[in-house]
Design a protein around this ligand. Sequence first.
Ligand SMILES: [Zn+2]
Length: 185
Amino acid sequence: MSFWKKLFGSSSSKPTASHPASTSQFTAVSQTSLQIPGSEFAKRAANGPAWSRLPIMSIPPIITELNAQMERLNVPSDAFHDFYNNSLLGVCPKCNEYCAGKAFLRMPMLASGGGRVLFTGNSGGFERMLQGTCLNHSCSSTEFDLFWCPDLDPRMLQNLRGRGINLDPNIQRTRDHLWRPQVGR
Ligand SMILES: [Zn+2]
């Protein structure tokens, strides 16, 4: 009826376009050929460097298995903390956020606590890992790359360098007294 009504009355409905980001799943062959199934991770780690891409939810039992392997090799469990921190590395295949070994060492204990674990202070998003998601709050990955002693394999070192993670290639000397890679396994 009125001019103004006509001019401003029509509500323009913008179509809400959603463009879900297509996630590319391209992985270099040289990387995937190095990866082993999670079921072999602990056994392989007992002898030398290992790399598995795993659902985050499946990590706690693998850590328990790894502990058992190391105990079998007479690594004293009170040395695990520093030993794992220098040997075990978790890296997100999507965002390359990483997490050092001592956090994983606590994972089986925390995971068995179910949802009743209370985090105090800065947990660094680790509670997200227990729910099966990357610790990076803006990442939705449910997988993680688990590395054991990647410093001993130049190809793993190179892969990590490409993802912005530089490791000390001489870290083995800090664990020589506890564990050495087996030759000719
Ligand atoms: Zn991530």
